[in-house]
Design a protein around this ligand. Structure first.
Ligand SMILES: NC(=O)c1ccc[n+]([C@@H]2O[C@H](COP(=O)([O-])OP(=O)(O)OC[C@H]3O[C@@H](n4cnc5c(N)ncnc54)[C@H](OP(=O)(O)O)[C@@H]3O)[C@@H](O)[C@H]2O)c1
Length: 252
């Protein structure tokens, strides 16, 4: 699979996302937390979805403290949420907002690092539920609200092991291949009938809890921090990428 980089020397406008309502999953920690803060600092109203209320509260307070638009918290465990929870979420968001301008699907589980011959079914299913099925359900039920926006962006978070398979990355790698497939199918379906664009973004090695768990022997500061890779997250979410769809991006 060929992956792309955003245009060289891209500089986002400070008000790039003004007037937009954006949903970020896994907004309490890691890349999702930084993306939520960054989107808010560029003018967006951010809907913070995650499973740990205290982390979401802290992001909420940080956005308010910085003078950003009032965010909203959606506490939801994507491993256990039922289809009905997504239907109810879509209904309440439709009442609160005229449209949704974008979703950053970022929440994910690393799961077991084992050979397939030794993988546990329960752990496998949990990774698939969070990394694949939750993305489907959220997108499926929020698509009508995204289609109300003049133009909208769906970013799905990929990984190097979702583009070239690698031993012992198990369900996580397979879930990221599924994410690439989901992006291609949906982008193809929407391309000529809608102003909703759909792309994947691989952040590549970034200093977060997930990276530190996956590579415990690695010096954490060897990798950029989430703040260092926000250019592509802004480019793909804002109107500067209008018309770009069905593509697989690398953050660097
Ligand atoms: N960091 C890297 O080097 C790297 C490289 C390639 C791809 N990625 C991808 O980048 C994305 C962000 O990763 P990260 O490194 O920022 O990971 P992270 O630090 O582990 O953060 C993951 C986020 O997802 C949330 N989450 C996990 N399970 C959830 C569930 N069941 N329901 C709701 N939220 C859930 C976590 O919530 P809690 O904080 O409450 O647990 C956390 O906010 C992921 O899609 C990952 O696969 C990361």
């Amino acid at each position: 699979m060929t992956s792309l980089l955003i245009p060289d020397n891209y500089v986002p406008r400070s008000n790039l996302l003004e007037g937009k309502t954006l949903l970020v999953t896994g907004a309490g920690d890691g890349i999702g937390r930084t993306a939520a803060l960054t989107y808010a600092s560029h003018g967006a109203t951010v809907l913070l979805l995650g499973r740990t209320g205290s982390k979401l509260d802290a992001v909420y307070d940080e956005i308010e403290g910085a003078g950003g638009a009032k965010p909203a918290i959606i506490e939801m465990d994507l491993s256990t949420a039922t289809e009905e929870s997504y239907i109810n979420l879509a209904a309440s968001l439709s009442e609160a907002f005229p449209c949704l301008d974008g979703i950053l699907h970022n929440a994910a589980l690393l799961g077991e690092r084992r050979p397939i011959s030794d993988a546990g079914y329960t752990a496998w299913m949990e990774v698939m539920q969070v990394n694949v099925n939750a993305q489907f359900l959220l997108t499926r039920y929020l698509l009508p609200l995204l289609q109300q926006a003049p133009r909208a962006s769906i970013i799905l978070t990929s990984s190097g092991v979702g583009r070239t398979g690698k031993a012992y990355w198990g369900a996580y790698a397979v879930s990221k291949f599924a994410t690439e497939g989901f992006m291609q199918v949906l982008a193809d379906e929407l391309e000529n009938i809608s102003k909703v664009r759909v792309n994947t973004l691989n952040p590549k090695g970034t200093n977060t809890a997930m990276r530190r768990t996956a590579y415990p022997a690695e010096e954490p500061t060897k990798n950029p921090s989430p703040e260092d890779i926000m250019g592509p997250y802004l480019y793909l979410m804002g109107d500067d990428s209008d018309g770009v769809t069905g593509k697989a991006f690398d953050a660097r």
